[in-house]
Design a protein around this ligand. Structure first.
Ligand SMILES: [Zn+2]
Length: 209
């Protein structure tokens, strides 16, 4: 079967929530366009200022780097800092120093749609702390979840198709693992579940924060 977008290349991926079969090239373009739209519509990045990527060697870090470079044609000054353990809202002393030294006002967090839903669910039932929901600000620095509207499964395909080298993430936290399992199970039956949840989180955001 041929790709339903370009009608030239072989369709290799089925997007159930869109009812589309796409080739590798069209799939990657679709993801890039979705992320660029998020950047534009929410005015996430000021290209005159430096951007710092928290690099935990994940596929999300590689994809974020790739999209920033291609979207801005290397015009944006992108710095990277190695982060071994990513804990949202908390920075190591080393990262804080880099932010200070380079007067960083925009930081990219390697974070996908599944991460966002899991974070939301975890805090809804447990801690009730939504400080780091969506893109957020802390001490005049913007924290940007560039891949907030890209599924974990889509990130995996994108990274594979672009032949990125990355470290596989393993979730050790039992509660997060359980939430993830449940979400994947529901999403298998209703392909639009995760996107709908993200939309609902967006609507609730103004009430929660
Ligand atoms: Zn195609």
């Amino acid at each position: 079967m041929l790709c339903q977008k370009c009608n030239r290349a072989k369709a290799e991926i089925k997007l159930p929530y869109l009812g589309l079969r796409l080739c590798k090239g069209c799939f990657c373009k679709l993801i890039e366009r979705r992320v660029k739209k998020e950047i534009r519509s929410k005015k996430l990045i000021n290209e005159k200022e430096k951007v710092l990527l928290l690099d935990n060697n994940s596929k999300e870090a590689r994809i974020s780097e790739h999209i920033i470079k291609t979207a801005y044609n290397h015009r944006v000054e992108l710095l990277k800092v190695k982060v071994n353990l990513l804990k949202i809202g908390f920075l190591s002393r080393e990262v804080k120093e880099i932010i200070k030294k380079n007067k960083i006002k925009q930081v990219i967090i390697p974070w996908n749609l599944d991460d966002e839903i899991i974070y939301f669910s975890e805090n809804l039932f447990n801690k009730g702390n939504f400080n780091y929901l969506s893109h957020f600000k802390q001490n005049k620095t913007s924290y940007i979840k560039l891949l907030r509207n890209v599924l974990e499964s889509e990130c995996l395909l994108f990274a594979r198709y672009r032949k990125f080298k990355f470290k596989k993430k393993t979730e050790k936290d039992k509660q997060r693992k359980d939430i993830k399992k449940m979400l994947d199970k529901i999403n298998k039956k209703h392909a639009e579940t995760k996107f709908s949840l993200l939309k609902s989180i967006g609507q609730l955001e103004s009430l929660l924060i």
